[in-house]
Write a protein that binds this ligand. Structure first.
Ligand code: NA7
Length: 552
């Protein structure tokens, strides 16, 4: 419980970091190396962030693991082995734990400590953090490493609390295995989490009923095991690979081992133009997909910028899926029809469509057959009752801003972040907000974040913040915050580069736009201009004596 006297017994460090996912862990490592005292606060009982909470069956990263790994330590790069090209959640969590052990991070992490308020003490120029324990924390600098997808979204469905079976959320999956054998399981949601979980739940449960609102474009993931020779070739070339990542729009090197086996088939919407769908004949398009698989549709560059090309690709996609699902009615319901490829984050799957050919799986389209209520026995739609033992919410997250708004941040003059962001997130470079001096966000809104290899984005942000704090300390500058004009100019630029892309098409409703949360302002939150352009801008800002920032 929160204790009102806790601030009198507060622990003080130079920096308080909120969150012990990859961002918080690296921040701790880097800031300590910079000679700062650091305290990390983490709600969970161990490290890992996203990979700690998302333990649902089928959870897996959509970036190849040799790329989705830290580059700050050559020893770490050399000693760690990945068992698969695209790792499953348990392996990524093992990697996070290895980093915590290897760099002795746990000594400065306070687990099972949820931050409930972060308040600027103007007279002392300090940040005061209240937690749900009897301890409080104070830092000259506060770094929010709270993740982009860390506040689970559970829709407000009538009667939800009355359900008497087991209720689960993919983003809050229990640590202990859940026995689903002989259970009738319902799942709401068919985004990345749902698409990953559905084939696995279908194998584990007696029956699985999928409640789908919006059908998804999903393509088969690369499911190869790691070959030793490939892993070694990455290790031998890691310095070059990290440079290639820095030059790539999505922070992925796309390094091809000379053996050319287990080629990581990365979907990279920012990649330079390679090939176009429009100039091909229908037969040529079909042949390409038949030869190379459904994912080939994503490799055509015009699909992301030209509405006509996008429509061609969407039609082709639907034609192929119709051949994969045996029940024609089910197939029709699974086809996305009212938005295009490239609007949402691309989903990768393992046997998603084949799962609907199983006899123990049923599909309910909640647009045709809306959910009326959840009751003690299950879900009641307009067409009938579905009795369930287990109800899984795969309903996503309050993305990008959710975790920052949830902790009640109050800046100068008692102004809250909620007030500042009432019409959408306003920040400079996704790093800082005017009115919140010395408070930094890692991969905040307005930075490439979720459109980039997250570990590359984290390293760049944490390095920038660490260097900035050092600059403040060495030059005895009290604090830093962006000017109001710099924030507005940056937001205008973020919007400008997103305009005209499939991400912001009028038909598009994605969590990138906040469209999955009722009442959330519709703003495209990540920076779509590409990681290298963004990184160069951050470097330029520093070279120009922190252009757009003011020292306070
Ligand atoms: P997403 O991609 O936001 O998907 C959530 C799913 O839940 C999506 O199909 C939603 O349908 C559905 N949903 C949400 N609310 C409801 C209600 N009220 N009724 C029915 N269906 C609902 O979240 P994920 O966790 O799958 O993935 C998030 C990211 O995590 C992913 O992109 C990766 O980067 C990792 P909707 O589309 O809103 O109609």
């Amino acid at each position: 419980m929160s204790d009102p006297t806790a601030h009198t017994r507060a622990t003080t460090t130079d920096v308080v970091v909120v969150g012990a996912g990859f961002a918080g862990m690296y921040a701790l490592y880097r800031f300590r190396q910079r000679g700062l005292s650091v305290q990390v606060l983490e709600a969970g009982d161990d490290v890992g962030g996203t990979w700690y909470w998302n333990r649902y069956p089928g959870a897996r990263c959509d970036v190849p693991s040799l790329e989705y790994s830290f580059g700050f330590s050559e020893e770490l790069e050399q000693e760690w082995d990945w068992p698969e090209v695209f790792s499953a959640q348990p392996d990524i969590l093992r990697y996070a734990n290895h980093i915590a052990d290897r760099f002795d991070l746990r000594a400065n992490i306070q687990f099972e400590t949820r931050v409930i308020a972060v308040e600027y003490d103007e007279s002392e120029k300090l940040w005061r953090l209240t937690t749900d324990t009897d301890r409080a924390f104070v830092g000259k600098y506060c770094v929010m490493a709270t993740g982009c997808l860390s506040v689970p979204n559970k829709p407000d469905l009538p009667g939800a609390a009355s359900f008497e079976g087991l209720e689960l959320h993919t983003g809050l999956w229990p640590q202990e295995p859940v026995d689903l054998s002989s259970k009738r399981v319902g799942i709401i949601g068919t985004g990345s989490s749902g698409v990953q979980a559905i084939p696995e739940l279908a194998k584990l449960a007696a029956e699985l009923i999928v409640f789908q609102r919006t059908p998804v474009y999903t393509v088969p993931a690369n499911r190869k095991g790691m070959r030793d020779a490939v892993q070694q070739e990455f290790k031998d070339n890691y310095r070059r690979i990290r440079e290639m990542q820095q030059a790539n729009q999505g922070g992925v090197s796309n390094f091809r081992p000379t053996l050319n086996v287990n080629r990581p088939d990365v979907f990279d919407p920012m990649a330079p133009k390679r090939n176009l769908i429009k100039p091909l004949t229908p037969e040529q398009r079909r042949t390409r997909v038949e030869e190379k698989g459904l994912g080939e549709i994503l490799s055509f560059r015009d699909v992301y910028t030209d509405l006509e090309a996008n429509e061609i690709a969407n039609d082709l996609y639907r034609d192929v899926v119709r051949t994969m699902v045996t029940d024609a009615e089910v197939a029709e319901r699974l086809l996305p029809k009212d938005y295009g490829i490239g609007c949402k984050r691309q989903v990768l799957d393992r046997d998603y469509y084949a799962t609907f050919n199983r006899t123990n799986v049923a599909l309910v389209d909640v647009r045709e057959e809306p959910i009326q209520t959840i009751n003690p026995a299950g879900i009641q739609t307009v067409a009938g009752q579905y009795d369930l033992d287990v109800l899984v919410y795969a309903t996503g997250f309050d993305a990008m801003t959710g975790a920052l708004l949830k902790v009640n941040i109050t800046g100068r003059d008692g102004r809250t972040l909620e007030q500042k962001w009432q019409h959408g997130p306003v920040a400079y470079l996704g790093l800082q907000m005017n009115g919140f001096p010395n408070l930094f966000t890692v991969t905040g809104p307005g930075s490439p974040s979720v459109l980039c290899n997250m570990l590359v984005a984290i390293e760049q942000h944490v390095n920038w913040i660490g260097d900035c704090i050092r600059h403040l300390e060495v030059n005895h500058l009290g604090g830093i915050e962006p000017t109001p004009q710099a924030e507005l100019d940056w937001i205008a630029h973020v919007n400008e580069v997103a305009e005209g892309t499939m991400f912001t098409a009028p038909s598009c409703n994605s969590w990138y736009l906040g469209a999955n949360i009722p009442g959330k302002p519709r703003i495209f939150m990540p920076y779509v201009g590409g990681y290298p352009r963004y990184r160069e801008r951050c470097e330029q800002v520093v070279a120009n004596d922190y252009e757009g920032f003011q020292f306070v």
